[in-house]
Design a protein around this ligand. Sequence first.
Ligand SMILES: Cc1ncc(COP(=O)(O)O)c(C=O)c1O
Length: 374
Amino acid sequence: MTSFIPSLFSRMEFIGATKVAVSEQPVNALHLAKKIAEAKSLKVLRKGVAPDRIIHANPCKASALIEYANDNNTFLALCLFCQGVRMMTFDSAEELEKIAKHLANPELVLRIAVSDPTASCPQIGKYGADPAAIAPDLLMQALELGFSVAGVSFHVGSGCKDPSAYRVALKHARNLVDFGRKLGHVMKIVDVGGGFPGGDHHPSFEQMASIIRSVIDEYFPDNDVRFIAEPGRFFVDHPCTLVVNVIARKAVNVKHGETATTHMHYYVNDGVFGCFNCIVYDHVLKCGRPLFSRKTESFTSTIFGPSLDSIDRIEQNKVMRALDVGEWLIYEDMGAYTAAIATTFNGFARPTPVHVVSERIWKILGLAGNNNKN
Ligand SMILES: Cc1ncc(COP(=O)(O)O)c(C=O)c1O
């Protein structure tokens, strides 16, 4: 993977998006900065990521976070910005004014609104300034407030299905880089956000990379812009597999006129309030299979999660071999927008992560002979 990415994306730097897989503590208004320092920023910084490789990509931030960011003298010195992270996005005049009130020298990145309406999670107008009607005005306002804008960012929607959305976005970015530079802004960064594929139900990474690379070469032939991407799903989805246990089963007679067939109901120990929240929030259908093969009769089957809520259904009317209580189902590509969003609703614990590395990869990582396998 590591050698594969640069070969497809010679001019792109990759920054992992933390929201996809890192589970964060709940944050309330009073403890916002403290919690962010504890729950999020430190995790990133402690992993040795240099501050200039971190971008706070939320264009609508709480004042407390920005305010504390300026305070180098308290325990909040652990906060992202105090550690030297100054790159942050904005998409409105209001956010610019808020940042101006609290922080002297941010590295501002203008988030523009672009969208692949066919993405698994299309953008719905929550973030991003209209690239033609609003963004140029924001660049002028930033100048009036004494800021030099560092660049442009966008996110075409998570689980992009139409890579031509990147072409449209990069064209807008080009126009805004030109306009901003004429005003005197630095405009040296273009952040193409996320949207890259996880499992098989999206265009391949190679397809997307090839489109993005050729558009970058077309619109940005000079090597004077730093391109960054923030893939989330791409890094974490495929490596994670979820295995669930059958905790109960029922054979249900379904009548079709005069005849009846047996339909199996299985209840497993994770559901839509846990890792399978992706069915609701990430708009994906998941298809599991028995972990072990065994010759048993096949039935149309429905798989439910463990909670008492009837919405808690994972799969419906699939034909599958009969399983006994205690058997396992395996679901692949379960790393993105799953455990990070899982709740403990109805008293059910989140799954326990188990790290598995093949001997081959272990050797490639140079860990052979290392007894500390944590
Ligand atoms: C600003 C930003 N960057 C990156 C990501 C990661 O996106 P994806 O998982 O589609 O790669 C997200 C997630 O929606 C995001 O909001």
